[in-house]
Design a protein around this ligand. Structure first.
Ligand code: ADP
Ligand code: F6P
Length: 327
């Protein structure tokens, strides 16, 4: 274990995700377990630039495991994208005697951590926390399971009213560049079709699929649309479909930020706990400029550069399954 790393800072950055608190707790308690001092950075890179630190101990993270959001707050910080901003952040870390930084966030936050390491040599390690599940180097990101559960339970409720009125619903889920939530929520919610950024489905394909079921109860159908879908969001897709299916009674629901909130699922709490422990243990063993993830239920450290330059493709098996089940 590295004797040089005595003081560790932890922060959350970018879009928040359920389970971030559980990850902070795991980082803090593991650092304390190994007799290290821990600081929390409030408001991500903005807090780093402005020296917004709080001292944390094992008690500071009592009773946060089960809460959504992040008690350290999160932020998006343009100043950190500039070299002067990162210089200020590095100066803040040094003035507090901080030797290493744990960043819980998504690809943007990891890009920032990677640049900080390259410019100043400060040891960094990333913990993937984003509902989008769009990071290579881990099977799942913290918050994804909870977001899928939230979306599935909302879709169940929409199905009740859709069925009563025999309506076609377009339900938009989050995923600016990734269809992970959409494809999973689509399978879990029994959608007839799912439109995601990574697919090439056309409006004609969609109309064919929707018409296929006419005559049964298929005028009651749910289509899941990822917000970054290649045909546009749910409103845009619904507008394209309306003139082609004039007999259908069409409605649109945008699930939005409710998918980012709520108590983390047990799976997300366990994932966050495992990754938090592994992040601190990794740092103490000299794993710098990497992201910690779980692949096939084992801890894996992936260089940030590799994780950031790899694209996580949706599993084609999910499309196959969704297609079979929607006949
Ligand atoms: P996420 O981490 O969820 O992907 P963002 O993309 O908003 O969220 O990134 C979070 C923060 O990471 C940004 O507000 C910025 O401070 C920092 N960041 C993102 N991209 C860069 C970059 N190219 N260089 C330095 N910092 C970056
Ligand atoms: O956390 C990722 C994400 O949920 C994306 O799917 C979405 O586009 C984005 O955050 C929206 O976040 P915000 O409203 O905070 O910019």
């Amino acid at each position: 274990m590295s004797a040089e790393i005595k003081n560790i800072a932890v922060m959350t950055s970018g879009g928040d995700a359920p389970g971030m608190n559980a990850a902070i707790r795991a980082v803090v308690r593991t650092a304390v377990f190994y007799d290290r001092k821990v600081f929390g950075v409030v408001k991500g890179y903005d807090g780093l630039i402005h020296g917004n630190f709080i001292t944390l101990n094992a008690q500071s993270v009592c009773n946060i495991l089960h809460y959504g959001g992040t008690f350290l707050k999160s932020a998006r910080c343009l100043e950190f994208k500039e070299k002067e901003g990162r210089q200020k952040a590095y100066d803040s870390l040094k003035s507090m005697g901080i030797d290493a930084l744990v960043v819980i966030g998504g690809d943007g936050s990891f890009t920032g951590a990677h640049v900080l390491y390259n410019e100043f040599g400060i040891p960094v390690i990333g913990i993937p926390g984003t509902i989008d599940n769009d990071l290579a180097g881990t099977d799942f990101t913290i918050g994804f399971d909870t977001a899928c559960n939230t979306a599935a339970s909302a879709i169940d409720k929409i199905r009740d009213t859709a069925s009563s009125h025999e309506r076609l619903f377009f339900v938009e889920v989050m995923g600016r560049d990734s269809g992970s939530i959409a494809i999973n929520a689509g399978i879990a919610g029994g959608a007839i079709s799912t439109i995601i950024p990574e697919s090439d489905i056309t409006i004609e394909d969609l109309i064919q699929t929707l018409k296929r079921g006419t005559g049964s109860d298929r005028s009651t159908s749910l289509v899941i649309v990822a917000e970054g879908g290649h045909l546009g969001g749910a409103y845009q897709v619904a507008e394209m479909v309306k003139p082609l299916l004039p007999d259908y009674d069409i409605r649109v629901t945008i699930l939005g930020h409710l998918q980012r909130g709520g108590a983390p699922s047990a799976l997300d709490r366990v994932l966050a706990s495992r990754l938090g422990v592994a992040a601190v243990e990794g740092l103490l063993k000299g794993a710098f400029d990497v992201m910690v993830g779980m692949i096939n239920n084992a801890i894996v450290y992936t260089p940030l550069e590799t994780a950031l330059n790899s694209v996580k493709e949706p599993d084609p098996e999910d499309f196959r399954i969704a297609g079979i089940l929607a006949i």
